[in-house]
Design a protein around this ligand. Structure first.
Ligand SMILES: NC(=O)c1ccc[n+]([C@@H]2O[C@H](COP(=O)([O-])OP(=O)(O)OC[C@H]3O[C@@H](n4cnc5c(N)ncnc54)[C@H](O)[C@@H]3O)[C@@H](O)[C@H]2O)c1
Length: 340
């Protein structure tokens, strides 16, 4: 039975809590024993809604050992792993503390604010021989897994073009509004667009160069709108865009359209459609569970069976941060190519 501590019970932490409740109810050999959050309001079920609907449920926090201080929780609890859903500027510090106490770490994306912090996290994981996994959830979303498989097997031939987008309303729920402070969140580029950067890194590898145009709309928040071209050898056109200033009724969207020599794959409004050039369109049968549930399960299984974190190795997620940093540099230079 693995004992789990959840650190940060804001928007994403609550999503993780839901998955622990589900996994426990399914008889998985885990027990969420402790929760830490600096803001005690959360333990009274006072929350601000986020951009993905995770309901408005009231939780029974009396079942858990509750802390407002991370060090105290790590000191007093005998945990097998911590699940970190803290603001990005605390990812490296909190992960390293837990790893140095001999506790495995599952940490939310983006891995950290820069490559130096990522390296320090990997060093702590290796020095203590404890697992570190970054919750780049799209690597566990069935639609993105399907796409990766088609690219790798060349089922529809070579990729000729790929377009990824995510965006929606400006996030206004975060603790002390940290998400809209460039220095501690990295703006939409590092916080939201990072999902597509990671997908492109995971499926196509690190590009030779990037060219990014970015715009700031909200004072102090960094790049709120970004558009990047990823340059590889060969002639595929690979682009990703993000905009977190699409307010009003737009809601939140993540989508892709990927074109191959012999067909295309479109993911829009939650539906994956395959359009072969020489046959009928179809919607592939995919696992019902979402990526959030599947990533946590994968991490638990890797601890229980002492298996490496192959699908989302920390070296690979560090490369994702390196690409995002190159995009920031390119945006600063008004779209000039930055080589990796
Ligand atoms: N995978 C996804 O789709 C996804 C979606 C949203 C957010 N995230 C990531 O999850 C992380 C958290 O984002 P969020 O939207 O939940 O933010 P949030 O502000 O809603 O939650 C952060 C929580 O951390 C707590 N906290 C802040 N400082 C603390 C400290 N020193 N000690 C203990 N608790 C502290 C806050 O009180 C808050 O409850 C970020 O890294 C974000 O990028 C991932």
């Amino acid at each position: 039975m693995l004992k789990v501590g959840l650190i940060g019970i804001g928007f994403m932490g609550r999503g993780h809590l839901e998955n622990y409740l589900k996994l426990e109810s399914e008889g998985y050999p885990i027990r969420l024993t402790a929760i830490c959050d600096i803001d005690e309001n959360k333990f009274n079920n006072i929350f601000v809604p986020g951009n993905i609907d995770i309901g408005n449920k009231k939780y029974d926090f009396s079942k858990y050992n509750l802390y407002t201080d991370i060090d105290e929780m790590l000191e007093k609890e005998n945990l097998d792993y911590v699940d970190i859903a803290l603001p990005t500027y605390l990812h490296a510090e909190a992960s390293i503390k837990a790893l140095n106490k001999g506790i495995h770490v599952l940490c939310e994306k983006p891995m950290a604010l820069n490559v130096e912090e990522c390296k320090a996290m990997i060093d702590a994981s290796e020095k203590n021989n404890k697992k570190l996994m970054i919750a780049q959830c799209l690597r566990f979303f069935p639609q993105y897994e399907y796409l990766k498989e088609c690219v790798e097997t060349k089922r529809f031939g070579r990729v000729t073009g790929a377009y990824f987008f995510r965006g929606g309303a400006t996030p206004k729920w975060s603790y002390n509004n940290w998400l809209l402070k460039k220095e501690i969140s990295g703006g939409a580029l590092l916080d939201q667009h990072i999902h597509d950067v990671d997908t492109i890194n995971w499926i196509f590898g690190v590009p030779k160069a990037v060219s990014t145009i970015g715009a700031n709309v909200i004072p102090g928040s960094g790049y709120d709108i970004v558009s990047t071209r990823y340059i590889y050898d060969g002639n595929s056109v690979i682009t990703a865009e993000d905009d977190w200033t699409l307010n009003g009724d737009y809601g939140f969207q993540m989508l892709f359209r990927v074109n191959f020599e012999r067909g295309n794959i479109i993911f829009e409004k939650g539906k994956l459609t395959v359009n072969p050039n020489d046959g009928e369109s179809f919607n592939p049968d995919l696992p019902a569970e979402d990526g959030y549930y599947r990533e946590i399960k994968y991490f638990i299984d890797s601890i229980l069976n002492d298996k490496p974190i192959d699908i989302v190795s920390p070296y690979s997620t560090m490369e994702t941060i390196r690409i995002a940093q190159a995009e920031m540099e390119s945006a600063e230079k008004k779209g000039e190519k930055v080589h990796l």
